[in-house]
Ligand binder design. Structure first.
Ligand SMILES: CC(C)(COP(=O)(O)OP(=O)(O)OC[C@H]1O[C@@H](n2cnc3c(N)ncnc32)[C@H](O)[C@@H]1OP(=O)(O)O)[C@@H](O)C(=O)NCCC(=O)NCCS
Length: 151
């Protein structure tokens, strides 16, 4: 049984998970102190986390990760659901790389809809090329969900 709670202490305590979703520590530091971090725990072990921050027109899921050994068990979706439940009414955004179509489908299954694309975001903002499943991540694809729909 997965238990989801809000981290009230050091968010970098979940370093392995944070860097699994976003390998650039400098980028993580830009948003980690904002918003809130939810932790998923199973049998006392931390197995996933999500960081959600306020943005100009709502909230944004900034960093979502589940330990590889615990993936495909519904924990990612549960974390997204808990983060959406925790924000007040409005729009929830999430941006993801163009290289993994299944991650787009994952968010669509959570009720998000594709919104817009930031061309070359990963090329312009990261010092090293990022590859997912052997494909270079270049563009950031944004999806949106109106709270009350989906998840
Ligand atoms: C993305 C991530 C958080 C998903 O977490 P998860 O706990 O494995 O996801 P869930 O079990 O809730 O998956 C829900 C559905 O998403 C889809 N999905 C999830 N992982 C998938 C995969 N590797 N391949 C294809 N579809 C996948 C499936 O449809 C799945 O439902 P199913 O298992 O019944 O088929 C996890 O894969 C992860 O941590 N990845 C590494 C970090 C990362 O890429 N973060 C996202 C950055 S935007």
């Amino acid at each position: 049984m997965v238990d989801i709670y809000e981290e009230m202490g050091d968010r970098w305590a979940h370093r392995e998970l944070l860097l699994l979703a976003d390998p650039d520590e400098r980028m993580v530091n830009r948003y980690l102190a904002q918003g809130f971090q939810l932790i998923a725990r199973m049998d006392g072990q931390t197995v996933g986390q999500v960081v959600t921050v306020p943005v100009e027109d709502g909230w944004e899921l900034k960093n979502l990760a589940v330990l590889p050994a615990f993936q495909r068990a519904g924990i990612g979706r549960a974390l997204v659901g808990a983060a959406v439940a925790r924000v007040p009414a409005g729009t929830v955004w999430v941006g993801t790389g163009n290289a993994s179509p299944w991650i787009l489908r994952f968010y669509e299954q959570c009720g998000f809809q594709r919104s817009h694309v930031l061309k070359n975001f990963f090329v312009d903002n990261y010092p090293e090329p990022i590859f997912e499943d052997g494909v270079q991540c270049t563009d950031m694809i944004y999806l949106r969900l109106e709270k009350g729909e989906g998840v």
